[in-house]
Design a protein. Structure first.
Ligand code: UD1
Length: 416
């Protein structure tokens, strides 16, 4: 069974380059289905999830080729409107192919994604938005059958600023007749990157990054080359690892503005960071104070950094309160951190973390992607050698994690 073996105690030092953002490239690959001409994506991270999304669009008729960090996509025709069940169940994010497929072909069949480790994760707001644009939705033997005789722009108020629903609606509306307004839209940087990509293909999207997105439908898109934004969650995870080990690292290919909520909290904890021309320099002493965080939609504290932040707090001075408001079941990492000696109590949607001096190595298992990052952080600071299993979760979102950390001096080995 593959696992990561990490011996803790070494401060991370050197330079690290952050990869392109997983959560930006996934909907962008889906959006490429809108266009019949060649698309080139630069800085497309080579991750399990990106490979699954590439397979999904290949099954629909696209050709996808990887050359280093470049993905070349061409979808001359959509030959098939059914997203394969085994791929959709492997990766929930494949649901964002629904909007562009519906826009280009007027019909899509996709298996209902169901739940996952961090909650039931319904898609009601995706469906409500597509219905408002004129789609007819039926459930058929576990598949969603979504069709339309021609999408029409509409004014859509989102009950909650869901990232995936905003993306699906934006992609469908990009080709709908007339104007669509998405109110209470998600404002994450990945939404802005998707809008930029749609516009580079000839679309007309304004206001992405604010709570109101204005989309004027166009009939045809043209080929383009797009560079994916840096992964703010990967960057944030490494910043926390460096701080926790008391290291000194220059983190390159980051947009500091995307990391504001994390940087504010790390500074509150007493960590020093400096913006330099080519990145963020972080130097930690491995000693810091406990702070409280509450996950929220952007620009609040990102839920995807909640688990790594909890691992960071396990060795702080004092007691920190972590409140998770975005997902219902995102404390799966707590039991694993406790196996390493962490002092954490869960009360409803909050976790109370009492800082201790040192974690101890233990065999642990990553239950989801960000839980995996939390365990890596814990292992890097722990006394002894930790074996982390379930690393396929980590490979979904952290490109060449052991190589990047080894270059910073970490004692980390992958055993296949
Ligand atoms: C995206 C990110 C994920 C991140 C999350 C929140 C990708 C591939 N994934 O996930 O890493 O943690 O944003 O920043 O970009 N909900 C509903 N009904 C819906 C849609 C969502 O109830 O129709 C709920 C979800 O169950 C969850 C909350 O809304 O509790 C937020 O979900 P959403 O913003 O949609 O996250 P995702 O797009 O799934």
């Amino acid at each position: 069974m593959s696992m990561l073996t990490i011996t803790g105690g070494k401060p991370l030092e050197g330079t690290i380059i952050v990869s392109g953002a997983k959560n930006a490239v996934l909907p962008i690959i889906a959006a490429s289905l809108l266009c019949g001409e060649p698309i080139q994506l630069e800085d497309a991270p080579d991750l399990l999830d990106v490979n699954v999304m590439s397979k999904v669009i290949s099954a629909l008729g696209a050709t996808v080729e990887r050359d280093g960090s470049t993905l070349k996509i061409h979808t001359r025709e959509i030959d098939c409107i059914e997203a394969p069940y085994d791929l959709v169940t492997q990766m929930r994010a494949s649901i964002v192919t629904m909007g562009p497929l519906l826009a280009r072909r007027g019909h899509v069949r996709i298996s209902h994604p169901g739940g996952c480790a961090i909650g039931s994760r319904p898609i009601n707001w995706h469906l409500k938005g597509l219905e408002a644009l004129g789609a007819e939705i039926k459930m058929d033997h576990g598949f969603l059958d979504v069709s339309s005789k021609g999408l029409k722009g509409a004014r859509i108020y989102m009950d909650y600023p869901s990232v995936g629903a905003t993306e699906n609606i934006m992609m469908a509306a990009a080709m709908a007749k007339g104007t669509t307004l998405i109110e209470n839209a998600a404002q994450e940087p990945e939404i802005v990157d998707l809008a930029t990509f749609i516009n580079e293909m000839g679309g007309k999207v304004r206001g992405a990054g604010t709570s109101i997105i204005h989309i004027e439908g166009v009939r045809e898109f043209h080929g383009t080359t797009h560079t994916v934004i840096p992964d703010r969650i990967e960057a944030g995870s490494y910043l926390l690892m460096v701080a926790a080990t008391g290291g000194d690292v220059l983190v390159q290919n980051v947009i500091a503005d995307h990391l504001k909520p994390l940087i504010a909290k790390m500074e509150e904890a007493g960590i020093r960071m400096m913006e330099e021309d080519d990145g963020i320099r972080i130097s930690g002493k491995g000693v810091y104070n406990a702070v409280d965080i509450k996950t929220q939609v952007h620009p609040g504290f990102p839920t995807d950094l909640q688990a790594p932040f909890m691992a960071f707090l396990t060795r702080s001075n004092g007691t920190g309160l972590i409140t998770e408001t975005v997902f219902e079941n995102r404390f799966m990492h707590v039991d694993e951190l406790k196996r390493m000696g962490a002092d954490i109590k869960i009360e409803g949607r909050s976790a109370i973390v009492q800082g201790i001096q040192r974690l101890n190595a233990a065999p642990v298992t990553a239950t989801d992607l960000r839980a995996g990052a939390a365990l890596i952080l814990a292992a890097l600071t722990a006394e002894g050698t930790t074996c982390i299993r379930g690393i396929h979760h980590i490979d979904r979102g952290y490109e060449q994690v052991e190589k990047k950390l080894s270059q910073l001096g970490a004692n980390i080995i992958r055993d296949e």
